[in-house]
Write a protein that binds this ligand. Structure first.
Ligand SMILES: Cc1cc2nc3c(=O)[nH]c(=O)nc-3n(C[C@H](O)[C@H](O)[C@H](O)COP(=O)(O)OP(=O)(O)OC[C@H]3O[C@@H](n4cnc5c(N)ncnc54)[C@H](O)[C@@H]3O)c2cc1C
Length: 376
């Protein structure tokens, strides 16, 4: 088959790898606007179960990822100067640059042709292919160009967020709430290397304006936010990598997942709020399901509906979660009326969707504290 893929993030690259493993005869051409050693963002986190899935799909990638990942199994919630620690299922963090680098190298080794530094501006200029994969992220050009077929719906969150990093290793996934004269800021942080952590900061737009963040340069904004979260970061300075600017989270959904010979995967198809730490996993799982739908048969007309049927229920559940998380973090003033233990409990149950019975198993001491606290 001739396959054209737009976007060399985790979704597009992993699909290319799996299709080449199915048949070395597939001619796969992948277009990526970034240069070979460039990508956006800092580190990403995913549940250990994702690593198990990856091991099954491609041992070589799995081994490389494992060599670079850092692991943890707790969630820390910081509120009113108190730290509440809850035991969680194991998580792995890895630099996005490393993750994408490993996938790019593996794809190249298997014979995928990657055109780095090539922004696709018009899908009609792409070479003829039996299959066109839109793996080009939340603002997908493929989705926009074929919108009549995909019928997407987009919803922008009201909060502003920025993706920053710090040369300091946090212990675990950390959720910190800070009230300032400008309003409430929330930091979602996690380690991704021996000495680095990702820090995503969000706040309501009026808070952002009152704090003057619309006018501050990146370094100035980093200094301001480093002060807000000085205690959580042990005084280390936040850094921007010049690629990320303040954004509104974009919830992407599509009525149809494929149209004619084109299909979407990953963020182009469906986004999930960053607080759930599930976007990369979803993109990789899409790639696995799409490759499995081909299963060695070169027939997009059969494979694309099979892919949608197999993946839709899981994706719908994740997106329901994403919507819940999005609105949870859009009401920080209400959240801050909760005690630290109640806030930690609700974060686990509402944004990480841990069932009470699972929580009781993972952290019996915390569960007992919650029960005591609620008078149950
Ligand atoms: C702040 C933040 C924190 C996050 N944290 C986590 C986390 O901890 N864990 C997690 O699992 N997920 C996290 N995510 C989500 C995760 O980054 C995405 O879900 C994931 O990257 C989706 O992969 P993808 O391959 O679908 O798209 P992307 O990773 O967005 O890749 C798309 C690629 O397409 C390229 N491209 C786009 N348009 C074109 C074009 N026209 N021509 C050529 N190339 C193009 C881009 O350069 C990019 O390389 C986070 C997201 C954000 C915003």
């Amino acid at each position: 088959m001739q396959i054209a893929i737009v976007g060399g993030g985790p979704g597009g690259l992993y699909f290319a790898i799996l299709m080449k493993r199915l048949s070395a005869d597939h001619r796969i051409l992948l277009f990526e606007r970034d240069a070979v050693d460039e990508t956006f963002g800092w580190g990403v986190a995913f549940a250990e179960t994702t690593l198990a899935t990856l091991r099954h799909s491609d041992q070589v990638t799995f081994d490389a990822l494992l060599r670079h990942a850092v692991m943890w199994d707790q969630l820390d919630v910081l509120h009113r100067g108190e730290r509440v620690t809850v035991r969680s299922t194991p998580y792995a963090g890895i630099a996005r640059q490393t993750l994408v680098g490993i996938l790019r190298q593996r794809a190249l080794d298997l014979g995928v042709e990657i055109r780095f530094g090539t922004t696709v501006r018009d899908v009609r200029t792409l070479p003829d292919a039996d299959l066109l994969v839109g793996a080009d992220g939340a603002n997908s050009l493929v989705r926009r160009s074929l919108a009549d077929g995909f019928v997407p719906s987009l919803h922008a969150g009201s909060n502003k967020y920025i993706w920053l990093g710090v040369h300091y290793r946090l212990e675990a996934l950390t959720l910190a709430f800070r009230r300032t004269p400008a309003g409430v800021f929330v930091a979602h942080s996690y380690p991704f290397a021996a000495d680095q952590s990702s820090v995503v900061i969000e706040c309501a737009e009026p808070t952002w304006l009152r704090a003057g963040l619309d006018r501050r340069s990146d370094p100035d904004a980093c200094n301001y936010l480093s002060d807000v979260f000085a205690e959580e970061l042990s005084g280390h300075l936040l850094q921007s990598n010049d690629r990320m600017h303040w954004k509104h989270f974009l919830l992407v959904e599509n009525t149809h997942w494929h149209t004619d010979h084109a299909v979407l995967v990953g963020d182009a198809l469906h986004t999930v709020h960053f607080s759930t730490g599930a976007g990369t996993r979803l993109a990789l799982e899409d790639a696995i399901a799409l490759a499995a739908a081909f299963g060695g048969r070169d027939d997009p007309r059969a494979a694309l509906p099979a892919f949608e049927t197999a993946r839709r229920p899981a994706a719908a559940a994740e997106q329901a979660q994403a919507r819940a998380s999005l609105s949870w973090f859009e009401q920080p003033d209400r959240l801050l009326t909760l005690s630290p233990i109640d806030l930690a409990h609700r974060a686990i149950v509402e944004t990480h969707r841990v069932e009470p019975s699972r929580l009781a198993e993972l952290d019996p001491a915390f569960y007992a504290r919650v029960q005591q606290h609620s008078g149950a």
